[in-house]
Design a protein around this ligand. Structure first.
Ligand code: SAM
Length: 246
């Protein structure tokens, strides 16, 4: 047992709230949150929890009006300011639903600032449910201690992504056909990591990516990784080389 237990205790429930949080604010939780605190955790009036709204940091709050279907909390004080999220965007080709859900959860935990579903010629998933992906990112942020949520962009065609990209943001293209060693290639600065679909990029797409300004092909090792694994491996490698893991 550490001499002085960490504050706030990691065991406090942690919830994302859609309304702005400030000292003294009285907030109504939604039905699912009320059910979770009231029925699952069986918390009573006066019980503490942590809340965050995605921009103002993390706050200690207390249940002021418990209810099974709706619940009110009162915000007491800020426990942490909003963290600085490394400026890394992850563009990924959506795979089957379970794989995409998993990717969004893990990319949120790993610290991506922005997630961009990219539709390529061989992308299998036709549709991406943003509402669902946002809910998955919120749950992952609640669990991993983030106070700032990743932005999840509207799906975009690869050509549009390349055209609309600011060349000041370095494009790191995960290329199973070979590229620079990721760890030696990542440099500090705004980054866009791009991972391909399960079937890979077409030659035409690959040439277009390689021809883009300030883009570099990176290798993630000698093995062919699944699309979702490759996207997360690139993010982890970037975080370790130039992100906030250093
Ligand atoms: N092109 C292959 C094919 O035809 O089956 C495999 C594609 S791989 C399953 C999916 C994506 O993961 C690739 O487009 C690439 O972006 C990335 N990827 C997989 N292994 C990689 C590696 N060793 N290095 C870099 N990127 C990799």
């Amino acid at each position: 047992m550490p001499a002085t237990p960490a504050w706030p205790p990691r065991s406090l429930p942690r919830l994302y709230v859609h309304s702005p949080v400030s000292e003294g604010a009285s907030l109504e939780l939604d039905g699912a949150q009320a059910n979770y605190l009231g029925n699952v955790l069986r918390l009573k009036s006066g019980a503490e929890l942590l809340v965050f709204d995605g921009s103002s940091g993390e706050w200690l709050a207390r249940i002021s009006d418990p209810g099974k279907k709706r619940m009110r909390i009162t915000v007491e004080r800020q426990t942490r300011g909003p963290e600085t999220i490394p400026d890394v965007w992850l563009a990924f080709a959506p795979v089957k639903r379970q794989g995409t859900d998993w990717l969004v959860e893990k990319a949120t935990e790993l610290g991506a600032a922005r997630l961009i579903p990219v539709m390529t010629d061989r992308t299998v998933a036709e549709r991406v449910k943003l509402e669902r992906l946002n809910a998955i990112a919120i749950e992952a942020a609640e669990q991993c201690g983030r106070t700032v949520l990743p932005q999840i962009a509207e799906p975009v065609r690869l050509a549009r992504l390349l055209e609309g990209r600011d060349p000041a943001r370095t494009l790191y293209f995960a290329d199973e056909a070979g590229g620079e060693r990721a760890a030696d290639t990542f440099v500090p600065g705004p980054a866009l990591l791009l991972g391909g679909p399960e079937g890979g990029f077409t030659d035409e797409e690959r040439n277009r990516i390689l021809a883009a300004r300030n883009s570099v092909a990176v290798s993630l090792g000698p093995r062919i990784l699944r699309a979702e694994t490759a996207a997360l491996a690139a993010l982890a490698a970037w975080m370790s080389a130039v992100g906030d893991w250093r």
